[in-house]
Design a protein around this ligand. Structure first.
Ligand code: ARG
Ligand code: ZN
Length: 475
């Protein structure tokens, strides 16, 4: 204690010397980097500062797709900054840094450079307030794509790898997690779903209602969502005491009951997955079903499902997949997008485990089925799971070859090591990030086996692994 305060005195004296000498000893303030260095998406995320919290406060009109309001960002400078970037696509009306108006310019599509009136000092708190208004469905990213999805009665801000630039400014990379308050006012009769806990629904003076959501655990930008529309909302309680909020679009047609018969089992599925993967990492549960998308997404605490998953009746496999992502993807997120196998391979393997739990074929049988499904000359086997390439993260091989790989690993290292590995991975990287190489190293450590060649064959080399998936170890 005493030693520390002496050291602190010494360093502030050094800082004073720097100031008196005109800053010769310190680096001049410099622009924050445009991205965090993800090879697939060089502009994704931002350098030079770190965001801890977003307060997103918006008004949305489903009739016009006009989204307006502000986002307040709490951050800390990680270097002396002359300027910094925000990832954002909507028109900005004004931007303040620590209460003072700041200049903004667009350096590239979705890349806003903010120049405050005075440089920001490393280690200092930064409050950024961005006022904006726009029609997200008309806004395209650098590739010409629009991730925001307008529906007849609302909209979905829901996509991967990118959605945040269409509705709030920020630091859009899975390494840059923060907590969120999301508040959206909509006309009465319209609902807003988002992550975490519904803190309140507040009547507005104009006859609209403001929906206030809060998500209190570290959360990646692409997992932060809103679903706006006419929804039937249900409340339930999970066996661990958590609140389960589910929501069903009024436009599910003949699939409505099959959707409910699937999503209402979320609590049971999370209970099962907790027994395999470790304690559920978040504070709430749920699910939203909408016809406005053609995929499902593992938004933190409360996934969104396309209506199409329930066309042939109940489908709990997709519920098992999206909720497995709460551990694999949401709590433990990719360090860079090329590591997407850590998300999709594992969520797919969770479907195999759930199949076994439901008595519909063991995980080993499901994996063997997918191994046998395609001959060695099928293009499916040519895809390299460990480096899908930008834009190909969701290739089917990342899912199915990725899932088979985990059964092959389980067969190789045995059940005890395998399930210990899954739980150790989720606990040691909880609320953080991971790489495939870190997973391989942990697998080698826990099993005591060299696994480089194994993973080289399964994840890094094109071609159908010749030796098959191996056999489950007999106890
Ligand atoms: N992570 C999602 C899932 O596996 C996939 C999202 C794919 N994105 C898309 N725009 N289709 O459930
Ligand atoms: Zn998935």
């Amino acid at each position: 204690m005493f030693l520390r305060s002496r050291l602190r005195l010494a360093s502030s004296a050094a800082g004073l010397v720097t100031v008196l000498c005109g800053g010769v000893a310190g680096a001049a303030p410099a622009p924050g980097a445009a991205g965090v260095g993800d090879p697939y998406y060089p502009n994704a995320g931002n350098g030079g500062y770190s965001i801890s919290h977003y307060n997103i406060r918006l008004t949305y009109n489903p009739a016009t797709d006009l989204l307006s309001g502000n986002t307040t960002i709490l951050a800390t400078a990680t270097q002396d900054l002359s300027s910094f970037d925000l990832d954002f696509l909507l028109p900005i009306k004004s931007l303040r840094v620590n209460n003072f108006l700041a200049q903004t310019r667009t350096a590239a599509v979705g890349e806003v450079v903010v120049t405050p009136q005075a440089p920001l000092v490393k280690g200092s708190n930064i409050t950024i307030v961005v006022e904006y208004a726009g029609t997200p469905s008309t806004v395209k990213d650098a590739t010409g794509f629009t991730a925001w999805k307008k529906t007849p009665d609302g909209a979905l801000a829901n996509d991967e790898p990118d959605i945040s630039p269409w509705w709030y400014p920020g630091d859009n990379h899975p390494t840059q997690k923060a907590t969120y308050d999301v508040s959206v006012a909509v006309p009465n009769g319209t609902s807003v779903l988002s992550n975490g806990t519904l803190v309140s629904t507040a009547p507005q003076i104009n006859g609209w209602t403001r929906w206030n959501w809060r998500s209190t655990k570290p959360q990646a930008s692409y997992l932060t969502y809103i679903a706006v529309g006419n929804f039937e909302i249900r409340n339930a309680v999970a066996t661990n005491g958590q609140r389960i909020i589910t929501a069903y679009s009024a436009n599910l047609g003949d699939n409505a009951d099959a959707a409910k018969a699937s999503v209402e089992r979320t609590g049971e599925i999370i209970e099962f997955e907790s027994s395999v993967f470790g304690d559920y990492p978040f504070e709430a549960q749920g699910g939203v079903v909408s016809p406005g998308i053609n995929f499902a997404l593992e938004n933190q605490t409360r996934p969104v499902y396309s209506n199409a998953f329930f066309r042939a009746g109940a489908n709990t496999s997709v519920i098992a997949h999206e909720n497995a992502h709460q551990w694999f993807g949401d709590s433990v997120s990719v360090q860079a997008w090329r590591n997407i196998w850590l998300n999709e391979g594992f969520a797919t393997y969770a479907q195999y485990l759930w199949s076994e739990h439901e008595g519909e074929g063991t995980a080993a049988e499901v994996a063997q089925y997918y191994y046998d499904l395609r001959p060695a000359d099928d293009p499916f086997w040519q895809f390299v799971v460990a480096s899908p390439g930008a834009g190909n993260e969701f290739n089917n091989a990342v899912y199915q070859r990725g899932g088979i790989t985990l059964q092959a690993l389980r067969n190789k290292i045995g059940d005890d090591n395998f399930f210990n590995l899954l739980k150790t991975w989720t606990s040691s990287h909880k609320y953080g990030n991971g790489t495939i190489e870190q997973f391989i190293a942990l697998a080698e450590k826990i099993s005591g086996q060299p696994l480089f060649d194994f993973f080289q064959t399964w994840l890094f080399t094109p071609g159908k692994p010749a030796g098959g998936i191996g056999n489950p170890a007999t106890a």
